[in-house]
Design a protein around this ligand. Structure first.
Ligand SMILES: [Zn+2]
Length: 184
């Protein structure tokens, strides 16, 4: 029986030039690392979906947290304001404060459940700076392990991801503190 194939364009994500090697591979099929057929902003659309469909792990009052469909590492999260603003200087004080607190919570949760050794955290502001979805502000939280960089990305532009996105999302959401837990 054929396994269901989900169009990667239905998910919010930051496309990049890596191909993914899924282990095990099922469910989500990535074609070429592009985000096809989406006119609507993926970060405006994601909150209107269920947590599972939108890959959302937590919803705050002004900002929310979702899994990146094109992760650099397993557990790569994005923190976005609900409002469609392009750059950090356009965010309100309330949005800045909640993006910061959600980022702190994400670090604690990822450290607890994945035993990562460090993080890369940051925002690419503008397409020239590498933003895949330049119109909607998003902060990357990328967990790092001592042994996470291997020869794959260098020679093959391929990353082996040990867990499926759905499993990763469910694990992070389950570990998220209840006061910030998503309602949906
Ligand atoms: Zn948007």
């Amino acid at each position: 029986m054929d396994r269901p194939v989900e169009d990667s364009g239905d998910f919010a994500a930051i496309p990049d030039e890596f191909q993914r090697l899924w282990t095990p591979h099922r469910m989500v099929y990535i074609q070429g690392g592009e985000q096809p057929h989406i006119d609507e902003c993926p970060f405006c659309r994601a909150p209107s979906l269920t947590d599972e469909e939108g890959l959302i792990v937590a919803r705050g009052e002004h900002a929310y947290v979702l899994l990146n469909l094109f992760p650099y590492n397993s557990g790569h999260l994005l923190v976005c304001p609900y409002r469609h603003v392009a750059t950090y200087d356009l965010a309100t004080a309330e949005e800045v404060a909640e993006i910061a607190s959600l980022t702190q919570t994400a670090m604690r949760v990822l450290t607890e459940i994945s035993r990562c050794d460090g993080f890369n955290i940051g925002m690419n502001q503008g397409r020239v700076a590498g933003a895949g979805v330049a119109g909607h502000l998003h902060q990357h939280i990328v967990p790092r392990w001592m042994s996470d960089s291997n020869f794959f990305p260098i020679i093959a532009r391929t990353k082996a991801l040990p867990q499926l996105l759905g499993d990763v999302r469910a694990g992070i959401q389950a570990a998220w503190p209840k006061e910030h837990a998503s309602e949906q």
